[in-house]
Design a protein around this ligand. Structure first.
Ligand code: PMP
Length: 420
């Protein structure tokens, strides 16, 4: 899959982007690695992206994991088209909302009542505000290295201040129950909520230990602190439901990501007594002007397509990719491993899985990661630009695609024997 020479159209578009888009970048970032040529995406289909010059790429980002069905799934696109023809959004209670709410409340244990919003960021922002209102407390506990969107109620980047002033944030190390217990016991009267990714997805893939999450659940319950799971990355990733289906059930859950079927959609929901604070039932006002019908219907179609057989197939392919890559690293004595949560994966420059932000920082190797990204891009393969962001596969990635990826990663690392 060698890429052809850079051409005129992308270059022209990139120059235009520099004069019209902030930072010359799209909503998240640009697609390039240091010193590689930047590309502009024109369209996507299945596991592939195509740039403005018609070059094809195998996509291991799938819109930050959103397009688990692959780009432009026929049935999802059809659902969106048909819905749009009957009105895109009404700012009034709609059938689509009720059907989607029914689907989510049936599949996600904590979600007795839900409210739709337009993104994961809006979901966590709303959930935190709701928790403050429902408890009439002001402090928020979050964990270093977890990401909850860019609203700034909790720090957006590790070791940086939140945008919510007045020292209301308590940021604790991930997977450290003792630190949690100590911090919460000395502040519990002031703490409204604890927000956590039950599997942290933005410092590599780091699952919360069972003991850690169980301790959080017990301590928050004891002190009337609301526990919020941010399942934007984990919900409907490996099966129909959330991480909480394993038995540790939060008070409020936030989701975004795959539930929009490739569009941006967010939802938060939880115990009926807490959600009762929301207007029009309660006095807590939160109301996006529009949650799109098109998006709700596309999301519902996607969730219905993601049946047991779908998950079984995509998870099996993910296991194949993870174990094959790790076999390459082990066989060649390389200090590199891939860790995963179902089809969400991350590459770590270490043989051991980090368990918190500090450990993930200690093993990072940005230069080498950039080199890898650049090499793969040159071979027509796209991985995330940031080392700690996960890469993903969709149901549309074939065994052959994975074998190409495995082969290219192997070729790259065999030229780096000093990693052993
Ligand atoms: N929470 C988590 C765990 C996320 O991974 C993300 C982004 N994927 C968000 C919140 C923010 O979601 P969005 O980009 O839809 O605002």
């Amino acid at each position: 899959m060698e890429k052809s020479a850079p051409s005129f159209r992308s270059k022209k578009l990139i120059n235009e982007a520099r004069t019209t888009l902030a930072g010359g970048a799209g909503c998240r970032s640009r697609c390039f690695f240091e010193s590689s040529e930047e590309i502009v995406i024109d369209y996507g289909k299945g596991s592939r992206l195509y740039d403005a010059d018609g070059r094809e790429y195998m996509d291991f980002c799938i819109s930050c994991g959103v397009n688990i069905l692959g780009h432009a799934n026929h049935n999802v696109v059809l659902a969106a088209k048909k819905t749009a023809e009957r009105g895109t959004g009404f700012s009034l209670l709609s059938r689509a909302e009720i059907e989607m709410a029914g689907f989510l409340t049936r599949h996600v244990p904590s979600m007795e009542r839900v409210r739709f919003v337009n993104s994961g960021t809006e979901a966590t922002l709303s959930a935190i505000r709701l928790a403050k209102k429902a408890t009439e407390r002001r402090k928020i506990v979050s964990f270093e290295g977890c990401y909850h969107g860019f609203h700034g109620m909790v720090p957006v980047e590790p070791r940086k201040e939140s945008l919510d002033p007045a020292g209301l944030n308590i940021v604790l190390p991930y997977n450290n129950a003792a630190a949690f217990r100590e911090a919460v016991e000395s502040n519990h009267r002031e703490i409204a909520c604890v927000i956590i990714e039950p599997v942290a997805a933005h410092m590599g893939i780091i699952p919360g230990d069972k003991d850690f999450l169980t301790a959080i659940r017990e301590i928050t319950r004891r002190y009337g602190i609301l526990l919020i799971f941010d399942e934007t990355m984990t919900a409907f990733r490996g099966f129909a439901g959330g991480f909480q289906s394993n038995g540790i059930v939060p008070d409020i859950t936030c989701m975004g990501g795959v539930i929009g079927g490739g569009f941006s959609l967010g939802v938060y929901g939880g115990r009926a007594d807490i959600m009762r604070s929301l207007s029009p039932e309660g006095s807590f006002y939160q109301s996006p002007t529009i949650v799109s019908q098109t998006v709700l219907r596309a999301g519902l179609m996607a969730l219905r397509l993601m049946n047991d057989a779908f998950y079984k197939a995509v998870n099996k392919k993910a296991e194949y990719l993870v174990s094959s890559l790790n076999d390459v690293f082990i066989d060649h004595n390389l200090s590199v491993r891939v860790f995963n949560y179902y089809s969400m994966m991350s590459l770590v420059f270490s043989t051991a899985r980090p368990s918190n932000y500090e450990e993930s920082e200690a093993v990072k190797n940005p230069l080498l990661y950039q080199e890898l990204g650049q090499y793969l891009l040159g071979r027509g393969i796209i991985i995330p630009q940031a080392e700690k962001e996960p890469f993903f596969i969709s149901g549309k990635h074939s065994r052959k695609d994975l074998d190409i990826m495995i082969g290219e990663v192997k070729t790259f690392f065999l030229g780096k024997k000093d990693l052993s």
